[in-house]
Design a protein around this ligand. Structure first.
Ligand SMILES: [Cu+2]
Length: 336
């Protein structure tokens, strides 16, 4: 086996043009905004460590099994020796390894689910086909402030998430920060998340939930405490009167056309059937990761939501006149 491996590997490497590509892909997948191999918080770090121990353990076991497979070839059949070998490697070795691993795995599981302390920030995250609602509250205060498809966190602080689902089972997964947690209809699942490095990470629904499951993503934006507080304070304010007539026209159209049947713009219209749009102009993406943000893509989304993300719960407003679409998109873009 080994000689074959030694003879063929260089040949395969020399002949295959895909090797550099493969190497790049493999290396690139180690770091980045959506990688469990690049932990940015304590819970992801302990999962990462557990993963490494598992990889090493599994490789050692594979190697050992491969070596042991050679044993029968090297000596005559001796049933006593075979029984002894079986006892050591078939019973004792797995028993010892598993007994050591189980408490460790349980400890890691427990660590990643420690309850939050009172007065700490708590966020309700609700999954719907195919978008996320994030609703902020401090345990000491009752008011809730909602936003969508974007989770902002203060750096270095444990934050409690209450995960819910509006329809089917979804799963909340921001690989750089924590393990997957299912969102089950009719149940509230709690988890504690902490990010120790400011930055922008990406999360994704990790439980197949329907046609647009892969376009159900969200950003995690980790900010220094003061910036976070300033952002949250701004989010609580009702949206101010649009300064320009074109924006006012957009606002009036937004209300008269019935966008408020599903969307909230705080102080203008109120509904929770679709994503909160109070700060939609500040979002990095539109349609839960479908398109980058910006006025052009907001207009594209309004006119052809069903074309861009077939089966999502908003219809395409393709009968709108150009100037109407423009006014709507500029209005939404101004909401920051
Ligand atoms: Cu989902």
């Amino acid at each position: 086996m080994l000689p074959i491996f030694i003879r063929w590997t260089p040949l395969m490497i020399r002949n295959s043009r895909s090797v550099p590509l493969l190497a790049c892909v493999t290396l690139a997948s180690c770091a980045g905004p959506q990688s469990a191999l690049d932990p940015a918080g304590p819970s992801a770090a302990s999962i990462h460590q557990l993963g490494i121990i598992m990889y090493i353990g599994a490789s050692a076991v594979t190697l050992l099994v491969a070596v042991l497979m050679l044993v029968p070839f090297m000596r005559k059949n001796d049933s006593r020796a075979n029984r002894k070998l079986f006892l050591w490697t078939g019973v004792l070795l797995p028993a010892v390894t598993l007994t050591a691993l189980v408490p460790y795995v349980l400890a890691v599981g427990h660590e990643t689910r420690t309850p939050a302390s009172p007065n700490q920030l708590s966020i309700d995250v609700t999954g719907s086909l195919y978008w996320w609602s994030m609703s902020y509250r401090r345990t000491s205060e009752l008011t809730e402030i909602a936003t969508a498809n974007e989770l902002r966190l203060p750096v270095g602080e444990p934050v409690e998430l209450s995960l819910r689902s509006n329809d089917v089972i979804h799963s909340f997964w921001a690989p750089n920060l924590a393990g997957k947690t299912d969102m089950i209809p009719g149940r509230v699942t709690r988890m504690v998340i902490q990010a120790d490095r400011p930055g922008i990470y990406r999360g994704q629904c990790a439980e197949y939930c329907g046609l647009q499951h892969s376009l159900m993503a969200f950003d995690v934006i980790v900010l220094p405490r003061r910036e976070f507080d300033a952002w949250l304070a701004r989010l609580t304010q009702p949206v101010r009167e649009p300064p320009a007539p074109e924006l006012q026209q957009g606002r009036d159209l937004f209300v008269s056309i019935g966008c408020g049947e599903c969307h909230t713009v705080r102080g203008v219209v109120e509904s929770r059937r679709g994503p909160d749009l109070t700060q939609v102009g500040a979002r990095r993406t539109i349609g839960a990761g479908t398109l980058p943000g910006g006025v052009g893509n907001i207009a594209a989304w309004i006119a052809s939501a069903q074309h861009l993300k077939p089966g999502n719960a908003m219809r395409s407003y393709d009968q709108l006149e150009g100037p109407q679409l423009r006014a709507l998109a500029y209005y939404l873009e101004s909401l920051k």
